[in-house]
Design a protein around this ligand. Structure first.
Ligand code: IVH
Length: 703
């Protein structure tokens, strides 16, 4: 990636920092992908992060973090389902990006097994289905439980939902199945079914799904199995986990058995005895891809002999005997018809290229993001230019380059407006405290900018925040235009405000009717109680997204306590009160600054007062509240011997403690190692409990 130092040039200190940065970025990307079903990185960018992380770990093995992303696969979902521990972990696959990687994959297998040159190695090739993995446990041929992958070790119990899928047999067919077998495969939605589902979502005023995988994940993780039953979910079986006895000698034989027992297996499954054969299968799959009727994002190769699979085993998160050969991003050439400016929730101005519509990998593309003015300058894109665009995975298509930059009749270079196109306020590039200019230009209109207001409202009711069923972008735009919903508090006053504004009751509006109006009011009422984290995220305060909101929710538990701390920080010019917020591990100055600014704005104060009369904010969950340090503020000082400072902090946080960097009246415990100085003195003056590292370990061990 741009501006990165090559791994071999990294100093030890830089490597340590890089690993920390990569761990955080990968964690955030995983959360966006698995938890929020809303990826923000392309697969290629995500893979690049993981690759770099692995390369740095290989060069500096002693710096590998205890929370290294190379040991983890995904993260657990956040709400509602019971947990099921997988008998055999559900792992991930390493990736091959080019032919050479595939040659190396086979060569490594030969080396590892010590095979002579003339020994034939059969490897299977099959499509990599772009869905989500599901594990199905059968005992004596009867389905017992179904689980998602979760973090690879423990998944979510989706048994009731999985039973509704036609492709998931409740009783295995035929005979010869092991008395206990865990069948694994992919849940997905076909392209036509996806189009129909989204059309229905749109007609019902709900948010559409970004892609079939998100729709499949959403469908499987419904609280009500009756809803899952209505979703067009399908399942391909391609692997297995725990089995009571062996049931095949090859991958090929195993998949044949799965088909015989009543599972759908993929027809495009074949075995090859050469790398050239595998690569031919790969190219064939690319040709067929658009016509398959479901999304695939690569080809999976697996060593056919199961005894070899067994010997090859696993390295951290992936098997040595399998690899995913990813498809390249799909590209096409088209013309830029216009460049528009979109104003986001936090005022950022994003230039968007309006394209002559073109089909890329089976999807019609008519917009591409140009990110910011630096990107426009770098590409030198102008209206009328022919450009090469790329659609990778789920993310918004991107413009790669201008294909005819030497044309004589090009239009003038595009200039970013210095005023917001929506409200006319000045649009500026902010400069941070280190003097660095933001790449984005932002509208300074804040609350008076209608574009920002509408985007914030959309966010407030969206799946990521309050998740009000039937209240989507369309409804927000409609109610905003009519002056009915101007702020989040108005969502809860909808019925009254429709009447007060002199409109007919909602049930008489076009597109509503008695039933859907009643449903909408019920859906709104249902969200009068909202979890702390979702509510805070929903307010759309800059730098305070889901991760930060969840952290505040876990730390403060009670909304009122949190908000009192924000107001105290706002009212204290000396910045002492602010420490209650900034001292939380993972909370930065930017988030605290935004919170203070938000709480200082009189409009926001009125809005919050009104909103909290309409709503109840549910307490956050403090992790491991049975622990004796839950809710306690702990400070570590001096040198620690049994653990690193980071490890100590992480352990304390996971037990529900708040870790702070400085001692104050709020500190509960000071853990002091050799060399402790002023903090120890201050703690003694304030009467704070002081412990040695050994005493601390005693206190928290076994928890
Ligand atoms: S085999 C131990 N085969 O890809 C590896 N996985 O990136 C077992 N996937 O979690 C997986 N199609 O959800 C395998 N034909 C296929 C697949 C496939 C899709 C998914 C699966 C896995 C992920 C790994």
């Amino acid at each position: 990636m741009n501006g990165e130092i090559a791994v071999e040039d990294l100093s030890e200190d830089q490597a340590r920092k890089e690993l920390a940065r990569l761990a955080t970025e990968i964690k955030l990307a995983d959360a966006a992908y698995y938890v929020e079903d809303d990826p923000h990185l392309t697969d290629a960018d995500y893979d690049a992060l993981r690759k770099r992380n692995l390369a740095i770990e290989a060069a500096f093995p002693h710096l590998k973090r205890s929370d290294s992303p190379s040991d983890a696969v995904g993260v657990m979902g956040r709400d509602g389902f019971g947990k099921i521990e997988h008998g055999v972990p559900m792992l991930s696959l390493d990736n091959a990006f080019n032919d050479e990687d595939v040659h190396e994959f086979v060569a490594r297998i030969r080396r590892f097994l010590g095979l002579p040159e003339d020994q034939r190695v059969d490897v299977t090739a099959e499509p990599k289905i772009d869905g989500l993995s599901l594990s199905l446990t059968y005992e004596n041929g009867v389905l017992q439980k179904a689980a998602t992958r979760g973090d690879g070790r423990v998944g979510e119990d989706v048994t009731a939902n999985a039973r509704t899928l036609d492709d998931v047999p409740n009783q295995l067919a035929g005979d010869g199945w092991p008395s206990k077998i865990e069948v694994r495969g992919e849940v997905y939605i076909g392209s036509d079914d996806f189009a129909a589902l989204n059309a229905a979502e749109e007609a019902a005023g709900r948010k559409t799904y970004m892609n079939p995988r998100n729709a499949a994940a959403g469908g499987l993780r419904q609280k009500d199995p009756a809803v899952t039953a209505k979703r067009p979910l399908k399942f391909f079986a391609y692997a297995w986990g725990e089995v009571s006895e062996a049931f095949a000698e090859t991958q090929n034989g195993a998949v044949t058995a799965l088909a015989k027992w009543g599972f759908q297996t993929n027809d495009l499954f074949d075995s090859h005895d050469s790398v050239d054969g595998l690569l031919a299968a790969y190219r064939d799959m690319i040709e067929r891809r658009a016509a398959l009727g479901y999304d695939i994002d690569g080809v999976v190769y697996k060593v056919d002999r199961l005894d070899w699979q067994e010997r090859l085993g696993f390295v951290s998160r992936a098997p040595r005997w399998a690899i995913a050969h990813k498809f390249p991003a799909e590209k096409a050439v088209t013309t830029i018809e216009a460049i528009d400016i979109q104003v986001g929730r936090t005022g950022s101005l994003t230039p968007v290229a309006r394209l002559r519509p073109i089909t890329v990998g089976g999807v019609v593309v008519s917009n591409a993001t140009l990110h910011n003015e630096e990107e426009i300058e770098r590409l030198d894109v102008r209206v009328g230019d022919q450009v090469e665009i790329q659609r990778a995975g789920d993310v918004i298509p991107q413009v790669l380059r201008v294909t005819d930059p030497d044309r004589s009749d090009r239009s003038e270079p595009f200039e970013m407006p210095h005023a917001c196109p929506e409200c006319g306020s000045e649009a500026v590039r902010e400069v941070d405290d280190k003097g660095k200019e933001d790449v984005r230009r932002r509208c300074t209109g804040g609350l008076i900018c209608p574009a920002q207001a509408v985007e914030r409202l959309k966010h407030f009711v969206s799946r990521k925040a309050l998740d009000i069923d039937g209240f989507g972008a369309k409804q927000i735009e409609l109610f905003y235009e009519r002056g009915i919903v101007k702020g989040p508090q108005h969502v809860f006053q909808l019925e009254r405000r429709v009447a007060e504004a002199g409109f007919d009751p909602l049930s008489q509006w076009e597109g509503f009717g008695d039933v859907s109006a009643a449903k909408l009011f019920a859906a709104i009422d249902e969200k009068r109680e909202a979890p702390f984290g979702r509510f805070l995220n929903g307010l759309g305060i800059r730098h305070v997204g889901q991760t930060t909101s969840d952290l505040f929710s876990r730390t403060f538990v009670k909304w009122d306590e949190f908000w009192r701390a924000v107001e105290a920080a706002r009212d204290d010019p000396d910045g002492v009160e602010e420490q209650a917020l900034t001292s939380i591990d993972g909370i930065g100055a930017a988030a605290v600054g935004s919170l203070k600014a938000f709480a200082s704005e009189p409009h926001n104060q009125e809005m919050m007062a009104e909103l909290l009369r309409e709503m109840t904010i549910l307490d956050g969950e403090a992790p491991a509240s049975e622990s004796p340090v839950a809710g306690k503020t702990v400070v570590f000082t001096g040198s620690l011997e049994a653990m690193t400072r980071d490890e100590a902090k992480a352990r304390a946080t996971s037990l529900g403690a708040k870790v702070s960097g400085s001692v104050s009246g709020r500190t509960d415990i000071l853990v002091a190692g050799p060399g402790a100085g002023s903090k120890l003195k201050k703690a003694q003056e304030l009467g704070v409990t002081v412990m040695t590292e050994a005493e601390w370990i005693d206190l928290v061990s076994g928890l």
